[in-house]
Ligand binder design. Structure first.
Ligand code: SF4
Length: 105
């Protein structure tokens, strides 16, 4: 181990999981989704990358129907799905005042 590596201690913030950090994010969800998935194109896609690239785990596979479920309320507005899967994801920013609430501090 080199001298510049940081080793997490018991109470270190580095021990937090992504789920721990996502739990602290504040949202003001709109009643309508700002994300749409073309289910037929999603089903036809063998890779289904959108299930793996979202840091907020917005997209989940419904094992019974094969459709993509979208928990739009958890979107961090990073735009990764918009860039990665434009063939079946239609993403836009939520309406003004809604969505993730970013603050300094
Ligand atoms: S914009 Fe980012 S956080 Fe929101 S659904 Fe797409 S990948 Fe997930």
């Amino acid at each position: 181990m080199s001298d510049d590596q940081v080793v997490p201690t018991e109470n270190s913030p580095l021990k937090e999981t992504i789920e721990d950090k996502l739990f602290l994010v504040k949202y003001k969800p709109d009643k309508d989704s700002h994300i749409e998935v073309d289910q037929e194109k999603f089903k036809a896609d063998t890779l289904k990358a959108v299930l793996f690239i979202c840091p907020a785990k917005v997209y989940e596979l419904n094992e019974e129907t094969g459709e993509c479920m979208v928990a739009f309320e958890n979107c961090l507005e990073c735009g990764t799905c918009y860039v990665s899967c434009p063939e079946y994801v239609v993403w836009k920013y939520p309406r003004g005042g809604f969505g993730v609430q970013y603050r300094f501090g």
